[in-house]
Design a protein around this ligand. Structure first.
Ligand code: HEM
Length: 512
């Protein structure tokens, strides 16, 4: 309770804390999902623009105002360069990943990696993902021919597709997660998630947060040896082999190898004209002014950590996006028909060929559907920043607050996305919010499914390409329908992780 009078002293509205657990009682008792717990506070304090919050014993803040969100993430980014280390400190692999790196180390790594995720590089990897999406649909076509009533469990189905997609286009190896129920790779991917999100992982994280010194003294870790060895094999051993044998394959490992040698650059002249592509939710990569040509100071473990984070950050998020897009299409049949009309128009133009990167990214309704799914069911409903230099926020009417170095601010993305002031009838799935006529009226700072500013998700283009390819192929052959087991209402698990509680079953019905 040491700091419980902190917000009274600085004159800021806050939520009354309990000893030790602060404002996290509902989470500790597993009574509510994090964002359900935050939402009433969001509306209670909205006019204050910011409120104080006790993350267990630590003083932190929730930022509610879009203008302040923009300032913190973009204009005054140099005060908020890092994510908090509350979770990342518990694990040596996560801790060296781009998500967790701090200050100059982050800037160097981000500058080194960002050329991997430009549109020209996405186009280079496109073929692998396109093959995965076609194979996925072929597999289910075969199944549907045998089973008239083909019911799938959405998360597992799309997680298998996402795992195969990342394995081939990031790591350069073919996996069998979609076609083989007992796939070894899929077991490893599930173990990776379980290490972090299972009970033991959560207890370790909470312990490391409360007692960091004892945690380190005991040499505890979250990533198991098996997962570390897996990423060592698929990152380091493959890079070494390619280097030795001079093998080239268009995937992220190839680009990492180039980055490691300091040879990777963004070639502006080869980039596609983003304005001609519809990718509303995609990131703008900021110029960090750090030109890294020599990446030799990064260690083997640094490269393993980047391979790990590409899988960890990209896998569950994209699977969830696909699950919730299909769920909404099953519940909103008119929207599904409209999407299929757009898909069919493209199919007519293609005359049996596969769709190109450009054509896929010019499909406006597909982009509207995905953008809306990301608004309503944002896969990462909250992001944070640690304050690196004291920062004053003007709150109006002569009020201000100073965020101190080391304190953490949270941005409740889901609350902003669900606020009727910014998105009328917020719980309604309405892709027209993102039509050409409407999208300019979206207030900057109120739509941020991939975060915002220089620290925005580096993989947004990859995720959108993967999701669009799957949806295009799926909609061309199947109607996605609700069945007896489809839940009418979907909620999140009552904990810190943003995972859907209900299993969502859907019917894949072959189109006539
Ligand atoms: C629908 C899919 C995805 C969503 C919604 C998502 C969302 C996010 C969000 C909200 C952040 C934090 C941004 C911030 O703090 O402002 C983030 C960071 C990150 N994401 Fe994603 N992500 C997705 C897919 C991916 C994929 C496919 C990859 C890799 C291939 C990826 C790699 C990363 C990395 C490395 C970071 C840390 C970036 C940094 O700190 O510089 N994500 N993501």
């Amino acid at each position: 309770i040491k700091d419980h009078d902190y917000f009274d002293k600085i004159g800021l509205a806050y939520e009354k804390p309990y000893p030790l657990v602060g404002n996290m009682l509902d989470i500790v008792l597993q009574r509510k999902p994090l964002m359900d717990m935050i939402e009433p506070n969001y509306y209670r304090h909205k006019k204050d623009k910011i409120f104080g919050f006790f993350n267990f014993t630590r003083v932190s803040y929730y930022i509610l105002d879009p203008e302040i969100i923009k300032k913190i993430t973009i204009k005054d980014f140099d005060h908020f360069v890092n994510h908090s280390d509350e979770i990342t400190n518990a694990d040596n692999v996560f801790n060296r990943s781009l998500f967790a790196l701090h200050d100059k180390e982050w800037k160097d790594m981000r500058s080194t990696l960002s050329p991997i995720f430009t549109s020209s590089k996405m186009k280079m990897m496109y073929g692998h993902l396109s093959d995965q999406a076609t194979n996925f649909v072929k597999h289910y076509e075969e199944k549907a021919k045998k089973e008239d009533n083909l019911i799938v469990e959405a998360l597992d189905t799309f997680a298998r597709f996402t795992a195969d997609g990342i394995a081939t286009s990031v790591f350069g190896f073919q996996t069998d997660c979609v076609v083989n129920k007992n796939s070894e790779t899929y077991k490893i991917v599930q173990k990776m998630l379980h290490d972090f999100l299972g009970t033991i992982g959560v207890l370790k994280t909470v312990f490391s947060f409360g007692f960091p010194k004892i945690y380190n003294m005991l040499g505890l870790q979250i990533t198991s040896r098996e997962i570390y060895d897996f990423f060592k094999r698929v990152v380091i051993d493959v890079m070494d082999e390619r280097d030795r044998k001079n093998i080239f394959r268009p995937d992220v490992i190839q680009l990492l190898l180039q980055a490691k040698k300091g040879q990777l650059k963004t070639e502006k002249e080869n980039e596609l004209n983003e304005k001609e592509l519809t990718n509303f939710a995609a990131n703008i990569e900021y110029d960090l002014g750090s030109k890294i040509n020599d990446a030799s100071h990064f260690t083997q473990d640094d490269w393993i950590a980047q391979g790990f984070i590409f899988f960890f950050a990209g896998f569950d998020t994209t699977s969830n996006l696909l699950q919730m897009t299909c769920y909404e299409l099953a519940m909103n049949v008119d929207i599904q028909r409209e999407l299929q009309e757009e898909v069919d128009e493209q199919l007519n133009l293609l005359d049996g060929k596969t769709i190109s990167y450009e054509a896929l990214h010019k499909m406006k309704f597909l982009d509207m559907v995905i953008s809306e799914a990301l608004r309503l069911w944002v896969p990462a409903p909250q992001v944070d920043r640690a304050c690196t230099k004291d920062y004053d926020i003007e709150l109006g009417n002569g009020r201000s607050v100073t965020i101190k170095k080391g304190q953490v601010i949270n941005i409740p993305i889901q609350c902003v996305h669900h606020d009727p002031e910014y998105f009328p009838e917020p719980k309604k799935f309405n892709p027209y919010r993102f039509s050409d006529e409407n999208k300019d009226s979206i207030i900057p700072g109120t739509y941020l499914p991939f975060g915002m500013g220089p620290r925005i998700c580096i993989g947004s283009r990859f995720a959108l390409m993967e999701a669009k390819l799957l949806m295009f192929n799926l909609m061309s052959k199947f109607n996605v329908e609700k069945c007896d087991k489809t839940p009418e209402k979907v909620t999140y698990e009552p904990n810190l992780f943003f995972r859907i509680k209900e299993k969502i079953y859907l019917r894949f019905k072959l189109r006539k």
